[in-house]
Design a protein around this ligand. Structure first.
Ligand SMILES: CC(C)(COP(=O)(O)OP(=O)(O)OC[C@H]1O[C@@H](n2cnc3c(N)ncnc32)[C@H](O)[C@@H]1OP(=O)(O)O)[C@@H](O)C(=O)NCCC(=O)NCCS
Length: 136
């Protein structure tokens, strides 16, 4: 994806200050993007994934891979200045629509407990906690 560099910046800025911020550098974020696009989290799905640009800046992204036989939302990212505008929700809904059209009825994701924004977002889209369901 030609947006790999922009995705690295997006990833760094999106996670900064969140519960998932491990003090990563731009190089770390670039490495994570390359890992994602080259199959490190399962095959990257270019067709289902998308980025949203505003005035030439990548402000949000929804990155889909296929992990252990099921589509996976590997990353949903929105720049801090562009949050609560529905960009992540829209990206996820379109990604899931494309997956449905491609014949996939289910999609998985992982979220850090305490990442309230992501938990609320995913709950609002109908995701349920498989780990809780599986362990009662
Ligand atoms: C999670 C994230 C992608 C949400 O992006 P966003 O574009 O602001 O999300 P949306 O505007 O589409 O929000 C949709 C819904 O999610 C929920 N939500 C989003 N941010 C929230 C917050 N800070 N607190 C509570 N609920 C929140 C709300 O239900 C919201 O709907 P509403 O605005 O009508 O109330 C963004 O906060 C982010 O990039 N976080 C860091 C990266 C990350 O943790 N990604 C998820 C794990 S991969």
């Amino acid at each position: 994806m030609e947006d790999a560099e922009a995705l690295g910046v997006l990833m760094l800025e999106a996670y900064r200050g969140t519960i998932d911020d491990g003090g990563e550098t731009l190089d770390d974020a670039r490495g994570e993007v390359v890992k994602t696009l080259t199959g490190g989290y399962g095959a990257f799905d270019f067709e289902a994934s998308e980025v949203i640009e505003r005035e030439g800046v990548v402000v949000a992204g929804t990155i889909v891979t296929h992990y252990e036989g099921l589509p996976m939302i590997a990353f949903s990212l929105t720049l801090p200045a562009w949050r609560r505008l529905g960009l992540a929700r829209g990206g996820l809904l379109r990604a899931m629509e494309r997956l449905t059209l491609a014949g996939h009825a289910r999609v998985q994701l992982a979220v850090t407990r305490g990442n309230t924004a992501a938990e609320r977002l995913y709950e609002s889209l109908g995701f349920t906690d498989a780990s809780i369901a599986a362990h009662g």
